[in-house]
Write a protein that binds this ligand. Structure first.
Ligand code: UDP
Length: 332
């Protein structure tokens, strides 16, 4: 299959690109390199462009002869979406509309969409399945849910097929240590915690200690990018015109913010100072996956089920690349 990957130079997009290429598919990244890194594409084909540029995207899809698209390109920071919703609505909704129009123009009918567990609302249950009621907490999550509906409507009207993948928290780095997380600015918990033992920050801020959870901090389900990528491969192979599917991708294990700090201490062998702070706006207290559907329907088996193993891959990457992809956007 020839697969065009929007946001293919980003953290999750590039992990999927490298994995899918390893499994024998032909891949092309399409990325504006605002957040992504040329090096993350690892020598595969890359077109530098914005998803809002429908003409370039249409031409790229046609010239590549794409059979399918994996759509990652998006603004993804929850906190940012609260203070700058315009950016999220423009990038995520207008950008996705542009992509859908380009796919129509180039006659490409198979799509995977990176959605999010943040589309779910609060539930009394320990885990969230695909049928848990949706009630997105943040502007970011609301844009993702709006795009889910946009894709569904386009697919029905224009004979496309799609799979929506609701990720829980992407984490970890490639096991070969060559690629990993590098955001500017960084907002994600694991890389920020690891900056303390790296000597790049004095302490980690804990956003909220008064949630209704065992230790008062938010609980998330951290899933390794390699396992996410494996789920994408299974999903794209199962997506045909007419497919309308939604899958959660998560391990089913909930880790509190304090659990993550403890796992980072165990992996690095260093104690990590914490600063207890107020809640971060937009954060739901608990997001843990019920991924039964992905396992039973597509045969997905996550390889990384112990948070320490996930953190260990992140630590190997950050220790070897304390400045991330240092020579940003130059081949290397
Ligand atoms: N978090 C924190 N301190 C930080 C960064 C994140 O306490 O410096 C918390 C955040 O409030 C959330 C969890 O860690 O409860 C995971 O946040 P992250 O931004 O990594 O992912 P999100 O769940 O927002 O996608």
């Amino acid at each position: 299959m020839k697969i065009l990957i929007t946001g293919g130079a980003g953290y999750v997009g590039s992990a999927c690109l490298r994995y899918v290429a390893e499994q024998g598919h032909e891949v092309m990244a399409y990325d504006n390199l605002m957040m992504g890194h040329r090096q993350a594409v690892d020598g595969h084909q890359l077109v530098v462009g914005d998803i809002a540029d429908t003409d370039l995207l249409t031409r790229t899809l046609k010239e590549f002869g794409a059979d399918a698209v994996m759509h990652f390109a998006a603004a993804t920071y929850v906190g940012e979406s609260v203070v700058n919703p315009e950016l999220h609505y423009r990038n995520n909704i207008v950008g996705s509309l542009s992509l859908l129009n380009a796919m129509r123009g180039a006659d490409v009918s198979r799509l995977l969409f990176s959605s999010t567990c943040a589309t779910y609302g609060m539930t009394a249950a320990d885990t969230m399945s695909e049928t848990t009621p949706l009630d997105p907490f943040s502007p970011y999550a609301r844009t993702k849910l709006a795009v889910e509906w946009m894709i569904r409507d386009f697919a029905q009207a224009y004979d496309m097929g799609f799979t929506l993948l609701r990720y829980f928290n992407a984490a970890g780095a490639d096991p070969d240590g060559r690629h990993g997380e590098d955001h500017e600015p960084e907002s994600h918990l694991i890389p920020l915690v690891l900056q303390v033992p790296l000597g790049q920050r004095d302490q980690i801020s804990i956003f909220g200690t008064d949630y209704d959870t065992a230790d008062g901090t938010c609980i998330r389900d951290y899933v390794h990018t390699r396992d996410l990528a494996a789920a994408h491969l299974l999903a794209i192979e199962a997506t045909r015109p007419g497919t309308d599917e939604t899958f959660n991708i998560g391990t089913g294990n909930g880790q509190s913010v304090m659990d993550i700090v403890a796992a980072c201490e165990a992996v690095t062998g260093q104690s990590i100072a914490r600063a207890l702070q107020a809640r971060r706006p937009g954060d739901p207290p608990r997001l843990v996956a019920d991924a039964t559907k992905l396992k039973t329907q597509l045969g997905w088996v996550p390889e990384y089920t112990d948070i320490k193993d996930i953190v260990a891959t992140a630590w190997a990457w950050h220790r070897a690349h304390p400045q991330g992809y240092r020579n940003k956007n130059t081949p290397g």
